[in-house]
Design a protein around this ligand. Structure first.
Ligand code: F6P
Length: 359
């Protein structure tokens, strides 16, 4: 009889529950006496020994449910080795919980920061299997993360809705999408929603190029333009600044985000009305779409199999539509970014989409 811990950490997304269901059903199916301990609010539950002994029924009826039945919290990796209040040793506390519960392994669902801590715990001798969660699709070692496709659907729907109102009023609309460091979500939603200009963190923009793209549309008789802008999009000048200088600049900016600054500049330059739309956390909310349910179920079931076969220290990952275990040490601390030279960028550019860096 196996004793398995489970936790969801970091920002939530769709299909966390569907993934846990995949793991649990696979384990219960192999041995109905399997005991699953669900830690509450991610690593916090593991540190403070807050858990629920789950029942098979807890994993029923959650395939379509958004969020996470275990709750989540952000526990920054960089603070893991920093003592908490009264010298609290977070890493030792997590190890103690694992040992006291006599766990055979720990299943960890999370994004980049979470994977780094998963690797740390693996290096500390715990048996870890992790799963790639995030709407950002930026986890190294996997072609696909669960949550991404559902977020793309929501972001695309936001752009679709803007199309009709933008056309009626002849306005420029900026739809700001999630993604501080990477632009996968903006790129996919931008293409799926027919955005005219797509700005990504990986491809610093030049304002004159953005302006030129809007002007060209106006000249061609199009009454409106839609920009899909990642929240982490950055101008070419700002990309030259050090991280510290850029953070200082942002802290002193009168604009809440890059889109508002860009919007004001476009409006001032063209005299055309500009509106900003920020779907924000709606992109992480609601039910997983059908695609994500399949991704989540497959990844979950594969992680269950990895546990049954004792393959630890790995993340279940998609590679060319197959699921493979990728060592956590290869995943931790790396980011999967959009390659400006990739086919998808070239194809989008070939059919007239601007990435704001043409000049
Ligand atoms: O990593 C997922 C994500 O939604 C990012 O796209 C976004 O930048 C960030 O989390 C927002 O974090 P929070 O929910 O903590 O505001």
């Amino acid at each position: 009889m196996m004793r398995v811990g489970m936790l969801t950490s970091g920002g939530d997304c769709q299909a966390l529950n569907a993934t846990m269901r995949g793991v649990a059903k696979t384990l219960y199916n192999a041995d109905p006496d399997t005991q699953i301990f669900g830690f509450e609010e991610g690593y916090r539950g593991l540190m403070y020994n807050d858990y629920i002994l789950m029942k098979p029924n807890d994993f029923s009826g959650i395939l379509t449910k958004g969020g996470t039945i275990l709750g989540s919290s952000r526990q920054p990796f960089k603070l893991m080795r920093v003592p908490g209040e009264n010298g609290f040793n977070k890493v030792e506390a997590m190890k103690a919980t694992y040992r006291n519960l006599k766990l055979d392994c720990l299943v960890i669902l999370g994004g980049n920061g979470t994977q780094k801590t998963a690797n740390l715990l693996s290096e500390e001798g715990l048996n870890i299997v992790s799963l790639p969660k995030t709407i950002d699709n930026d986890i190294y070692g996997t072609d696909m993360t669960f949550g991404f496709q559902s977020a793309v659907d929501i972001a695309t729907n936001a752009i679709d809705c803007i199309h009709t109102t933008a056309a009626s009023h002849g306005r420029v609309f900026i739809v700001e999408l999630m993604g501080h460091k990477v632009g996968w979500l903006t790129l996919h939603a931008g293409i799926a929603g027919g955005a005219d200009i797509i700005l990504l963190p990986e491809m610093p923009y030049n304002f004159d190029s953005v302006l030129m793209a809007v002007k060209q549309r106006n000249k061609a008789g199009k009454r409106f333009s839609i920009l899909a802008v990642a929240e982490g999009a950055i101008s070419q000048e700002d990309a030259q600044l050090s991280k510290k200088e850029y953070q200082k600049k942002k802290a002193n900016s009168p604009f809440p985000s890059v889109s508002y600054e860009l919007g004001k500049k476009i409006q001032d330059a063209l005299g055309q009305e500009v509106r900003i739309v920020v779907p924000g956390h709606t992109q992480r909310g609601g039910s997983p779409d059908a695609y994500d349910r399949v991704v989540a179920t497959r990844l979950g079931a594969a992680a269950g199999r990895m546990i049954l076969e004792g393959k630890y220290g790995c993340m279940a990952a998609f590679k060319n539509n197959e699921i493979v275990p990728v060592p956590l040490k290869e995943v931790a601390g790396r980011l999967k970014t959009v390659d400006p030279k990739s086919d998808i960028i070239r194809e989008a550019r070939d059919m007239g989409i601007s990435f704001g860096n043409e000049l």
